[in-house]
Design a protein around this ligand. Sequence first.
Ligand SMILES: Cc1cc2nc3c(=O)[nH]c(=O)nc-3n(C[C@H](O)[C@H](O)[C@H](O)COP(=O)(O)OP(=O)(O)OC[C@H]3O[C@@H](n4cnc5c(N)ncnc54)[C@H](O)[C@@H]3O)c2cc1C
Length: 258
Amino acid sequence: MLNLKPFINARLVERTAFSHERERFVFEPERPVGFKPGQYATLAVVTGDEVIQRAYSIVSSPHEPTLEFFIELVEHGELTPRIWELMVGDSLLMRERIVGAFTLSPVPGISKRLLVATGTGIAPYVSMVRAKAEALRNGINDGCEYFVLHGGSRAPDLGSYRDELAAMCADGWLHYVATVSRPGENPDWTGEVGRVEDVLRKHADMRGHDAAHSIAYLCGHPQMVESGKALLARAGFQKAQLKEEKYFTLPAADVETV
Ligand SMILES: Cc1cc2nc3c(=O)[nH]c(=O)nc-3n(C[C@H](O)[C@H](O)[C@H](O)COP(=O)(O)OP(=O)(O)OC[C@H]3O[C@@H](n4cnc5c(N)ncnc54)[C@H](O)[C@@H]3O)c2cc1C
């Protein structure tokens, strides 16, 4: 017997395609769920006698009425091709308990947050900066400066979040840099060029994100997370200043030495 007690239904109310394999999905849970920016939901479907369930960082922030996700299609994956079959109005299952430790915690003496992502790994940071913008509207200020570095192979890998975050920079507390590793496939691209790891030190140094003032978050592709951590560790960041969320595991044969 399948135990579906931990799950509630979530109805798809909106979906936006940025490319064939990257989309934004917005769900309305059957009951409101509580969460902190940076946490993830577990989405699931039942097939036969099995529940296929995977973690997805929440893009929306807690003050929003719906739950937004930025998802990459893994062609031979078990769950994402099923999510791609959903039409607006369809439902899937979601664990009612939202979990995860990739959240912002105040650290004494730290006034800067360095948020580094590949592709859909931007999700937790969008939640964090939307929440900060909402807090500021309500007169609450954590006093921190945020710098988001976001990389992808091509511009569509960055979704609409590139424009959203760039627009929020006008307020002064947020800086955002997007980089693509295949500029040849983006003739109109005017942003930074290279993999996240290639440009991380340059931008962190330029913005004063050093070990004395900053805490770093790295999210998305496991190789970027490892390389980014190694780079920042060499710059003096201690273990407690490096938080990570790896979205999947690479087969051992594909892991490059850092
Ligand atoms: C805490 C957490 C939060 C996450 N948040 C998000 C999110 O916001 N958006 C999102 O798209 N994904 C996110 N993921 C990844 C997600 O949970 C699934 O692993 C992913 O969607 C693939 O699921 P699947 O069932 O289709 O493929 P699976 O059947 O799980 O995977 C098939 C194979 O593909 C590999 N694989 C999985 N994902 C990728 C990938 N992106 N690129 C290359 N190979 C891959 C797996 O290692 C496996 O070998 C998150 C993962 C974690 C742990």
